[in-house]
Design a protein around this ligand. Sequence first.
Ligand SMILES: CCc1ccc([C@H](C)CC(=O)N[C@@H]2O[C@H](CO)[C@@H](O)[C@H](O)[C@H]2O)cc1
Length: 818
Amino acid sequence: DEASALPEATGDARSFRDLILAKLTYAVGKDPIVARDHDWLRALSLALRDRIVDRWMATTRGVYRMGGKRVYYFSLEFLIGRLLKDGLNNMGLLGTAREALASVGVDLDVIAELEADAALGNGGLGRLAACFMESMATVGVPAYGYGIRYENGLFRQNIIDGWQTESPENWLAYGNPWEFPRREVAYEIGFGGAVEASEGWDGSAVHAWKPAETVLAVAHDTPVVGWRGLRVNTLRLWSARSPDPISLDAFNAGDHIGALTARTKAESISRVLYPADSTPAGQELRLRQEYFFTSASLQDLVRRHLKQHREIRTLAQKAAVQLNDTHPAIAVAELMRILIDIHAMSWADAFALTRDTISYTNHTLLPEALESWPVPLLERLLPRHMQIIYAINARVLTEARAAGATDAMIAAVSIIDEGHGRRVRMGNLAFVGSHKVNGVSALHSELMKETVFRDLNTVFPGRITNKTNGITPRRWLMTANPGLAGLLRETIGEGFLDDAEKLVALEPFARDPGFQERFAAVKHANKARLAKTIQQTLGLRVDPAALFDVQVKRMHEYKRQLLNILETIALYNAIRTHPEKDWVPRVKVFAGKAAASYTSAKYIIKLINDVAKMVNTDPAVRNLLKVAFLPNYNVSLAEVIIPAADLSEQISTAGMEASGTGNMKFALNGALTIGTLDGANVEMRDHVGADNIFIFGLTAAEVEARRAKGLNPRANIEADPALAEVLDAVGSGVFSPADPQRHRGTVDNLTNSDWFLVTDDFTSYSAMQRRIDALWGTPAAWREKAILNVARMGWFSSDRTIRDYSDEIWGLPTVKVG
Ligand SMILES: CCc1ccc([C@H](C)CC(=O)N[C@@H]2O[C@H](CO)[C@@H](O)[C@H](O)[C@H]2O)cc1
């Protein structure tokens, strides 16, 4: 009968099966015969969690026993994605779980698809934080991640008639098996009120902040498993709770709504993630979020430090606080408040200790992305902190003058921006309150010294350093691309699993026909899988044998999805006018969310979908060109798209992409990159070799020079008839017959200003695409380059990045893996 047909589970699979069944029965409360897929998902997750908790407690006890230094990673975003398969893989239980479930008639892949993505981030910054957490556990860095437990993560993107619409992402609908609520770990967070100054016993000024309102920050802990499950760190996310759930007097007075307003207001702090990934919303709630989690985290780590080490003055030796961009920069003032107002430390000692404890990472040079808050808002919401910021600024300006700073430099160094209605520059506050400030790629860190932090770098030389980003090879190779990981294990052994730089052992196989065949077969299988997703999502049939050309990332003008779609239209026109030519079949895959209020980015999404509608149904191009915009790009969709790519589009205006991390994921999965010399593309070229990457376009210096000289998009358009034809078509409504003027704005903006130099790079970009077509026609040469990319991407493991932070910024040891 049915049951007997099921495969037998042996060894650990058998005991793991029993554990799953026990969880299903006693934790989920479901009889196996009636259990639904979601029930099995929960039971399996709880079973895995048990195995993880044992290692978690062992790690925590070990760290206490060692009494060593901990890293505290402060981030308003953790773009985690799903945790089941990643946890099974890191615990070495993937095969075991698959066998255990099969023995009760359940398919691991089916139930794994039901897990909601923890989308507690916007894009690069948030995903980097998640990769860093996994790598810190892997290389033995005792660490806590601190952030906010948003009830709603990044919005769900729906594409309605080609337009992006947003709907709330309720990731907790089925609960979250990975977190442990810590009701007992709660801190009061104050807002508003006033500061009472009095005189201390030694005549020194004593300040006491009396907040007008208080919110409770309650901890929820999620274990973070490292590779091989050797160490498990903690992600502590704060949830906002109102100290008093209901104001009874209002309720008794019949004002039932009023009775809840205080609570609703308090708890709105952890309601939703701000969906902006480059332009500050500038809203008070955002500042409340930033202070809320920063204060709770600092109170928590100081409590832990005193409990173990008794003496606050040793804090910098036992705690390294890393600020993930300026979002937690208020930490500089908050730690000062704690040290001076609560621990009665002198100003000078407190400032030295703060600076020795904190370091700051900058992730963008976009002027509009650099946070600053109006002084009046800070004075109202955080009056004590504003006092402290003034005092810090006075000290900094004194130091700057002593260092011979000019008035212009003083104005630039100042934390207070006297122009624009007096605002507090959070980047400057983070800089002066840190012992180290780093960029996220070599080019970006240099540009930081030449632009946003030029004067601070002059006054405080040697503080800026570089830490080139990385990605975890567990999620982005082993879990996302088991076909390739399996082929690599068979070919070069397992060493690369513990040290990604051992992938270099693959180089000798780059020209091996047998290996090339197997490598191509893995890629083809991944492409067939993506083709199925495209079919199911868009009803569009694509040929896995075509060149899969992929651009997936947040929608932003500097990332130049517009350059890509305009070149696609030029290709479309060329195929139509020269059908006789031997065109390379291409599938152009796009995906990415636009910030809800970012209109011009939303028009680019619409343009891509308008072009797709035309091209995909045009018999003249047959199967030579397909365009697909996949909705709701997130971590889980990235894990399906990236292993299936032949070509990775990293085409940002040079000088504007701080690093990029998608670029690394594609190359590690055997895609070739077409890109500008921007961010980490530069270091990727240095590692994979200039012959194995397609670099085009202006350099950052040339972009700077052209902008300084004045841009001339009209001349660029006149110089390239193909571009001119494309812009005429788009501008006149060829792709929007129902609304011919729809894309007029996009074309006019390009023709009149083109701040992102799309027209300047179009010709070289298009020419490079044709060179790529030519190489595609010689599979052996293509595959050799793709294999060399995989072989030489090991350095871009976030394990290496974390070792760099540990060595130079945090000053703590790491361990060899495996
Ligand atoms: C205040 C609004 C806001 C929110 C997020 C951000 C982030 C800094 C934007 C971001 O994600 N930056 C990306 O960070 C990645 C990780 O370092 C880099 O690889 C990307 O190049 C960078 O754009 C800026 C401004």
